[in-house]
Design a protein around this ligand. Structure first.
Ligand code: SAM
Length: 241
């Protein structure tokens, strides 16, 4: 029998493992999706792959599932971080959703000189990443970090991680990613609606691990730029090759 419903749980998954459901999960499975005892769902927790589980107890406020067999192993994305300056709420949600679908290992909102957003709802963005993983068949959920100043992120930057710096000032230039660096840890940096400041551009372009790139001759919105950058990186360096 094919299992259509995929659910993210925190609980460990393994042969015969009993998984308790929260009130919200029970409401979704038994109230909304009308599942009952004996029905099957697919579970993943971001660590143990995907498991087929059967409903053992179904209640209004809770229930339990029992893992039957692993249906897919854990599939990790490439070691790619997406750093982006948060923009309007719906477009920020879009970036988190698409980055999860496209295979980011970590999503890091950064505050740049021209970032409008003062704060983000990290828990809400993390929930978006979980929903995106549920929907796209992923077995991994990228962690969404808290909003951190770009300068602070760069101060603690790991020396071996390459940075694809998407700079709108390069629009119309070339995009050349060094294929020899495929397999190394990478990150993509996308700026806010206002772009990068002269100070940021000067600091970034002097970093030995930063690769300044153009995303074509037109200026893309930040959400479009995030998807475009991930697409070209995945195709050149990641798990789409
Ligand atoms: N306000 C800026 C301007 O008019 O030049 C545009 C900023 S753009 C809306 C937001 C971000 O998307 C940029 O900071 C950059 O990271 C990325 N981006 C957009 N178009 C790009 C391009 N053609 N080349 C490289 N990066 C681009």
């Amino acid at each position: 029998m094919s299992v259509k419903i995929r659910l993210y749980v925190e609980h460990p998954l393994g042969q015969g493992q009993t998984v308790p459901l929260s009130r919200e999960q029970a409401h979704y499975l038994f109230g909304v999706m009308r599942l009952g005892v004996g029905d099957a769902v697919a579970l993943f927790n971001g660590r143990d792959g995907e498991w087929r589980a059967d409903v053992a107890e179904a209640g209004k406020r809770g229930g339990t599932l029992v893992c039957q067999q692993q249906s897919r192993p854990l599939q990790l994305p490439p070691d790619l971080w997406l750093l982006f300056a948060p923009i309007k709420k719906a477009r920020t949600d879009f970036i988190v959703e698409k980055a999860t679908e496209m295979g980011a290992a970590r999503i890091m909102p950064v505050q740049t000189d021209f970032t409008n957003a003062e704060r983000i709802r990290q828990d809400r963005l993390q929930a978006h990443a979980i929903e995106a993983a549920e929907q796209c068949g992923g077995t991994f959920v990228p962690e969404v970090g808290g909003l951190t100043r770009l300068g602070r992120v760069l101060d603690g930057w790991p020396a071996d991680r390459q940075l694809m710096f998407c700079d709108e000032a390069q629009a119309g230039g070339t995009l050349a990613l060094d294929a020899a660096r495929a397999g190394q840890p990478w990150a993509i940096l996308i700026g806010p609606e206002g772009g990068f400041s002269a100070n940021e551009r000067a600091r970034l372009s002097a970093l030995p691990y930063a690769h300044t790139v153009s995303l074509g001759p037109r200026i893309l919105r930040a959400d479009t730029a995030a998807v475009a950058a991930m697409t070209v990186w995945q195709q050149a360096m990641g798990d789409w090759r």
